[in-house]
Design a protein around this ligand. Structure first.
Ligand SMILES: [Zn+2]
Length: 409
């Protein structure tokens, strides 16, 4: 569920997960797992009974033999059995090839430590300390990008009545708080006028004592890089973007910019010089960057900016908004009256542009959410040192190897 919150933030989407069990044991996947289990049970039971004998003359498997001092992996044995050519395509005489729902079965082996984030051990906090109020008594979990990373809105029963849909459209602060009085189910769940049994609660994921923080950092790093990819798609050459503010810069809430070109991916890991920044910055292969001119804020005129001549790399994962609307001076959008006409004329010539209160509020909200994703830059480098795992997550050759194990055995 924690990972759902990361995906929600990465793509700015809402995951509304309804837990149910109507298809339990009846789905295609379940039926296949059942078939596999029965098949493996038959072979393993047979082996335990007569360990020295070959199994039915089909294949000779070893469960306990030590190979080079290491115990044979049971999962590897299962993979080999299940991937045998006769099983892979099913029994042809019983199924006409074209009519079958499943034409080919592919099995994969995942070694311990091979998957990312295995060590992430989090606990969901925020449940009421009452009987039947824990996670098992909840069947609706919402990962909303506006809630940010690590937060889930949970309720007992999912509902998509008109009242609940209307509530889901409210601003984030009201969306998951207060009683669900407009819900069709309110008469059933009502405790009093201010509280019902099916109200949302916000659940927060917290680290367990021996939690591996690296895993969470890795997950957040992946999300940031994904976010960069998404932001890159929104860039318009010559349009306005906004970058997160650097640590310790108290003068700016965020940095507005004017894109100069379109985003591209870094080809090699390395240190890159950036105009206007003293130290070169470490960029990872595959990361999206775009060149842009920064804008200066105008003293005495909040949310007004003029273009500068400073141009440099912008890391797309640092971008708060790739395509911001900015407005020039007009009848409805004026520089402060305290400015003299000559000052105003000069600023108009310099290309002064305004960010509306509405957009300003959105940018502040987004930068708060982004702060949750912050972690030390050097840790980022360690994680991505020589990986190129985004966006080409897995190549076709790798897949081939894993699927059927090695052929010569
Ligand atoms: Zn409802």
């Amino acid at each position: 569920m924690f990972l759902l919150t990361l995906i929600a933030v990465e793509y700015r989407i809402i995951f509304d997960r309804h837990v149910q069990a109507s298809g339990h044991g009846k789905g295609v996947v379940d039926s296949q797992n059942g078939v596999d289990k029965t098949f493996l049970d038959a072979i393993f039971n047979c082996l335990v009974g007569h360990p020295e004998e070959d199994v039915d003359g089909v294949m000779n498997v070893t469960l306990t033999k030590l190979e080079d001092g290491e115990r044979v992996s049971l999962a590897e044995v299962a993979l080999k059995l299940l991937s045998s050519p006769s099983r892979r395509e099913g029994v042809l005489s019983y199924n006409r090839k074209d009519d079958r729902v499943i034409r080919e079965r592919r099995y994969f082996l995942r070694e311990i430590g091979e998957a990312d984030l295995e060590d992430m051990d989090l606990v969901a906090a925020g449940w009421k300390s009452q009987k039947r109020s824990g996670i098992r008594c909840h069947y609706n979990f919402i990962a909303d990008w506006e809630l940010g990373v690590g937060r889930i809105a949970a309720r007992r029963v999912p509902c998509s009545c008109i009242g609940c849909i209307a509530k889901s459209q409210l601003p984030i602060k009201e969306r998951y708080s207060g009683p669900c009085i407009d819900c069709d189910l309110w008469p059933i769940f009502r405790l009093n006028d201010n509280e019902g049994l099916n109200d949302f609660k916000i659940i927060e994921f917290q680290a367990k004592k021996d939690h591996d923080e690296e895993a969470t950092r890795k997950a957040k790093g992946d999300t940031l890089r994904g976010r960069g990819y998404v932001e890159a798609e929104g860039v318009v050459d010559g349009g306005y973007g906004v970058e997160t503010v650097s640590d310790g810069d108290k003068d700016y809430d965020y940095y507005p910019l004017i894109w100069d070109g379109t985003p591209y991916q870094i080809e090699e890991d390395g240190l890159y010089e950036v105009e206007g920044v003293d130290e070169p910055i470490q960029l990872a292969k595959g990361e999206f960057v775009c060149e842009a001119y920064w804008m200066y804020k105008i003293d005495g005129a909040p949310q007004w900016y003029t273009p500068s001549e400073y141009r440099g790399f912008i890391r797309m994962q640092q971008v708060l908004a790739p395509n911001l609307e900015m407005t020039p001076v007009s009848d409805g959008c004026q520089l402060p009256r305290s400015m003299s006409p000559s000052q105003i004329r000069e600023l108009i010539e310099k290309g002064a542009m305004n960010i509306s209160d509405y957009h300003h509020a959105l940018l502040i909200e987004e930068s708060l959410r982004r702060a949750q994703m912050d972690f030390e830059e050097d840790e980022f480098e360690e994680q991505y040192g020589d990986e190129d795992d985004f966006p080409e997550a897995c190549s076709a050759e790798d897949e081939e190897d894993v699927q059927y194990g090695s052929e010569e055995e």
